[in-house]
Structures are given as C-alpha cells and as structure tokens.
Design a protein. Structure first.
Length: 167
C-alpha cells in the first residue's frame, strides 16, 4: 500500500481560531497509518508554495478551486501501479480536497486500485471529496473515507485502526 497525502504545517484553523502547527494534521494521521500498516509514504507537495498566512492560503485555495487549476507537483510519486491501493490523505479545503490532489489523481492510472481516503477538517467532514475521487478515478474502488477532526488528530489512533480494519 501507498500513503499519498497533502498536508500543510504552519498557520491552520484549529478549534475556531488560528494556531501554528509544527506538523500538519493530515501528516500526523498519515504517520499513524504508516505506523499501523508499514505502507510507503509519499507527501504531495506543490511547486508553488502556499502563503505562510492561513487566510492568504484560503484565498489562494479558493481561487484554485474556482479556476479548477491543477497545481504542478514538486515531487515525483512512485508508480501507483506497483501498489495494491492507496491511502489518500488531505485537508478539507472549500468542501473538497485541495486541487493538488486532483493533479496527483489525474497523473496516475488508478484502474483496479483501491483508494482509502482520509480527510482532516474542523467539522466540515469529507465534503464532496469522496464523490470527486470516484469521478476522477472511475476505474478505482473508492472505499468509505475517514473524517478526522484535525484538532483531535493526536487522539485518533484507535479510530484510524478501526477504519483500516473495516476497509
């Protein structure tokens, strides 16, 4: 299995306010999945870095979504054809996954692969991301995703383990 995830450290929205995170919430969850499964980790990063300021980042993300942009990725992903499936992690940005995830999904052949999405958020859940993944990867099996409240991510190892076991 592959753990492909996008995560943003620094200023983030946490429990109704802005906090600085040394490690982004999605990366914390991805590391937990790695500890449980031993799966290969791949961090999805964009060529153009997002602003350090949280509000500026949300404006950039909103504009990317409005324009349906596909931000260029800074790192080369392992060939997903060599894996049985992918744990796909991301924060909920504007009701779905960041546009960089669309770039990632469209750059690979997920035919016959299992995708297990996990999404960190502060109460907005998975949004339309599961449907968006199914639409982007119609020949993949997209399993029920896991919504993780970001400010509680450090206490979610048991729920992550249950989700993996039930997948």
């Amino acid at each position: 299995m592959l753990i492909a995830y996008f995560s943003r450290s620094g200023e983030n929205y946490v429990n109704g306010g802005i906090s600085s995170l040394k490690t982004g919430n999605t990366e914390v969850a991805a590391r937990m999945i790695h500890a449980i499964t031993g799966a290969v980790m791949y961090k999805i990063e964009t060529v153009r870095k997002y602003p350090a300021d949280y509000r500026e980042t949300t404006e950039v993300a909103a504009e990317e979504k409005r324009k349906q942009e596909r931000p260029a990725l800074a790192t080369v992903c392992p060939d997903v054809r060599t894996f049985d499936g992918v744990f796909l992690g991301y924060p909920n940005w504007w009701g779905t996954m960041p546009m960089a995830l669309f770039t990632f999904l469209e750059s690979q052949d997920f035919s016959g692969k299992t995708i297990l999405p996990f999404c960190t958020n502060e109460g907005s859940g998975m949004g339309s991301s599961e449907a968006d993944i199914r639409k982007t990867c119609p020949d993949a099996l997209v399993k029920k995703g896991l919504s993780i409240h970001g400010s509680e991510v450090n206490e979610q190892e048991e729920s992550i383990l249950r989700w993996i076991r039930n997948a």
